[in-house]
Design a protein around this ligand. Structure first.
Ligand SMILES: Nc1ncnc2c1ncn2[C@@H]1O[C@H](COP(=O)(O)OP(=O)(O)OP(=O)(O)O)[C@@H](O)[C@H]1O
Ligand SMILES: [Mg+2]
Length: 477
């Protein structure tokens, strides 16, 4: 696949005939030539801000991919080939044509099945890049922002920014990441020269309020992990962001779990849309071997140490409910000589990023985390997820265990369940439509707790302190 071959791409001219977009003013720009880029330069740069916006020269002899069927901009297709993507995943096959047709799209598919590229590939392909080439030659700034991706955590925003950089390596498009805990001024400067922004709601609103982020020319907004984005914690911010980007032409919502909050969001901000739901037997990936152990709460750390000792190879995330318990458990693991580090929202941002980077690089085997690491993070070769504390929300379980077994790989998820956790376990099994296998660790056996309903019934039959022979109902008469 060479540049000249791209130039002769049979579908390219057909795309150009799409003409102005129905949305008006920016149609020509966005529907224009999808090829572009210029030699020289080079990507890179600090992730927290974004890459330079210069394009790498297009290599020759790239392998053909099945993405060719989408009639994408050749330089985006080339980046897909370099990324090693050959066959579109089901969510990509479903979403890419619809996004290319400039539809609003709601997409749901299991964790680790390529939802990021399902929205980034077509959106980036729709960005007219030839005009950008001329503009850069003239030394004009790149803005205003055309694609905005909003994510619930800083690390996920960074990861999406990186995926965008990967896919735009051959086009002169700059991606900027905007998230809290980092200096505002660098982001403000970078935004003057950016087409794609990935960020978290709070910082994005801050930048809008300061006049540094202009959404009036936005082509598309994406809410990744949309159910999380519209829960109580984020709802007001997301309402504000969507109201501030009214001139957008497309809204795209994705997650592995959708709920009634998302329906509220659609009714309020989206309206007409297409849905791509990749139906599977269970919400969780088949390749995750899911088990749980009943355990006495005081013995949870001991059982965890036993579990960790058996991990081979040991690369796992241990999810814990509170920041305090993350700190304590990590300390206990380190005391026992197990290579563990921690991540939660109480750490300074540079440290959060450093730890995650080291974990990605395999510098230590065990990451202890709160739910700040449960959504969207794509870390190679995580073999195990351990729920030291069972999550209170069944959706969180789906996302936590989804950090393993991504894109066809295998993985295992182990959940420690105490006597009081029964209802949470039931709710999870109901949501994922799958029974989680119970295992017994010799030496840690406990009696299975009675179902919550049975306990409640017993209580109702005889209030505390009333002797068994007393018939309360009759006495009241
Ligand atoms: N077509 C493809 N072929 C091979 N690998 C792919 C393809 N598309 C994406 N990937 C890779 O698959 C992995 C998972 O992708 P991604 O993070 O987008 O999943 P996701 O569906 O968003 O998961 P989650 O629900 O956890 O956020 C990434 O490492 C990505 O680079
Ligand atoms: Mg994702």
């Amino acid at each position: 696949m060479s540049d000249s071959q791209h130039g002769g791409h049979p579908h390219r001219s057909r795309r150009n005939e799409r003409g102005p977009r129905s949305g008006g003013g920016r149609g020509n720009q966005r529907g224009g030539s999808r090829d572009g880029g210029r030699g020289g330069g080079g990507g890179g740069g600090r992730t927290s801000v974004g890459h330079s916006g210069h394009a790498e020269p297009l290599p020759t002899d790239l392998p053909a991919t099945e993405f060719a069927a989408f009639d994408l901009a050749p330089r985006i297709e080339a980046a897909i080939a370099v990324a090693g993507y050959v066959t579109p995943s089901p969510i990509q096959a479903g979403m890419i044509p619809l996004v290319l047709d400039e539809k609003n799209v709601v997409g749901r598919a299991q964790t680790g099945t390529g939802k990021t590229a399902a929205f980034l590939v077509p959106l980036l392909a729709l960005l007219g890049a030839s005009e950008d080439e001329e503009r850069i030659a003239k030394g004009e700034p790149e803005g205003p922002v055309r694609i905005l991706v909003v994510a619930p955590t800083r690390e996920l925003a960074i990861q999406i920014g990186k995926e965008s950089e990967k896919l735009t390596r051959f086009v002169p498009v700059r991606t900027v990441c905007c998230y809290g805990g980092t200096p505002l001024d660098t982001q403000i400067r970078a935004l003057k020269n950016a087409s794609v922004v990935a960020g978290t709601p709070g910082r994005l609103l801050d930048l809008i309020n300061r006049g540094a982020l202009d959404l009036s020319h936005l082509d598309a907004i994406v809410l990744d992990e949309v159910d999380r984005m519209y829960d109580l914690g984020f709802r007001e911010d997301v309402d504000r962001l969507l109201n501030a980007s009214k001139s957008r032409q497309q809204t795209i919502l994705t997650s592995a779990t959708l709920n009634s909050d998302v329906e509220d969001l659609i009714a309020k901000h989206v309206g007409e849309h297409e849905r791509v739901i990749i139906e599977t037997n269970s919400l969780t990936v088949e390749a995750i071997d899911q088990t749980f152990y009943f355990v006495d709460p005081r013995r949870k750390p001991d059982l965890l140490f036993e579990v960790i000792k058996t991990l081979d190879p040991p690369k796992g995330i241990i999810f814990v409910r509170t920041r305090f318990s993350v700190d304590r458990l990590t300390y206990q693991l380190q005391q026992r000589g197990m290579g563990a580090e921690l991540i939660h929202s109480g750490l300074p941002q540079p440290k959060r990023e450093r730890i995650l980077e080291m974990f990605r690089e395999g510098k230590f085997p065990i990451l202890v985390a709160t739910d700040v690491a449960s959504r969207g993070l794509d870390i190679d070769d995580i073999t195990h997820v351990v729920n030291f504390d069972i999550p209170n929300s069944a959706e969180d379980y789906v996302h936590r265990v989804g950090r393993t077994a991504r894109m066809g790989k295998e993985g295992a998820a182990v959940t420690l369940v105490t006597m009081d956790d029964g209802p949470y376990l039931t709710a999870i099994e109901k949501l994922i439509n799958k029974e989680i296998r119970q295992e017994i660790w010799p030496g840690f056996e406990v009696k299975k707790p009675e179902p919550a309903g049975a306990k409640a019934k017993k209580k109702a039959a005889r209030p505390p302190g009333v002797p068994p022979w007393a018939n309360v109902a009759r006495r009241r008469k």
